[in-house]
Design a protein around this ligand. Sequence first.
Ligand code: CDP
Length: 236
Amino acid sequence: MKKNGLIIAIDGPAAVGKSTMGKLIARELDFLYIDTGAIYRAITWKVLKNNINVSDENIISNLVSDTCITIEKVDCKSLNDYCHIFVDGEDITEEIRNPKIDQNVSQIARLPKIRKQLIYLQRKLAEKGNIVMEGRDIGSVILPQSDIKFYFTASEEERIKRRYKELIDKGYSIDYEEVKKQIIQRDKIDSKRKSAPLIKAKDAILIDSTEKSIEEVKDNILKIIKKYRECREKTN
Ligand code: CDP
């Protein structure tokens, strides 16, 4: 365990269940939960709001420098409201889940200058420890010193089904084929980009959630964390 508390990293492709599991684990351990995808989504929200071209790296970089992003624990009982994200003081937690953000976020997240700027914020948020941080490059780039790294996977079909249901439940009218297209395209951009692509860190534990219930996955992860803590206590 690090001096400042435990750091748990979760990486994986789109709609694999990182957020649900990350929040459940954080709640169970009373840790802070940081969804780094929400940070990229927040920037995308501001870029679209200002009608900026998603490939204009310099203008987006200036916008990032001029943006204050904060994440706050709001309601620990509710998974939906566990943490809220604010851009320049405005709560945009709901808005960043709009399919329009899904369509554009990976175009912005692939820009090296923007990724570099956001490293500092993500590391700063993790400084105090006792956190679960999830994204695409947490175990590989942002926090390679994490105590435990998980890499989540699930079949493409399962992930598309989950995201489709999530969006329909939220009241968006979107068709299945559109969700499928967006997920496939996002995964492709995220894993093929030059700067911090989505990869499984060598020392990450693979968690395949296809055909597994949320409870099963959660129990398995908590068992791994418990064992890690016990082992650390003995050796410290
Ligand atoms: O929830 P979902 O898995 O669909 O996506 P997300 O975690 O909210 O991430 C949205 C997008 O942000 C991803 O598709 C990536 O393009 C980008 N992202 C990234 O590049 N690096 C991260 N650490 C987290 C997200």
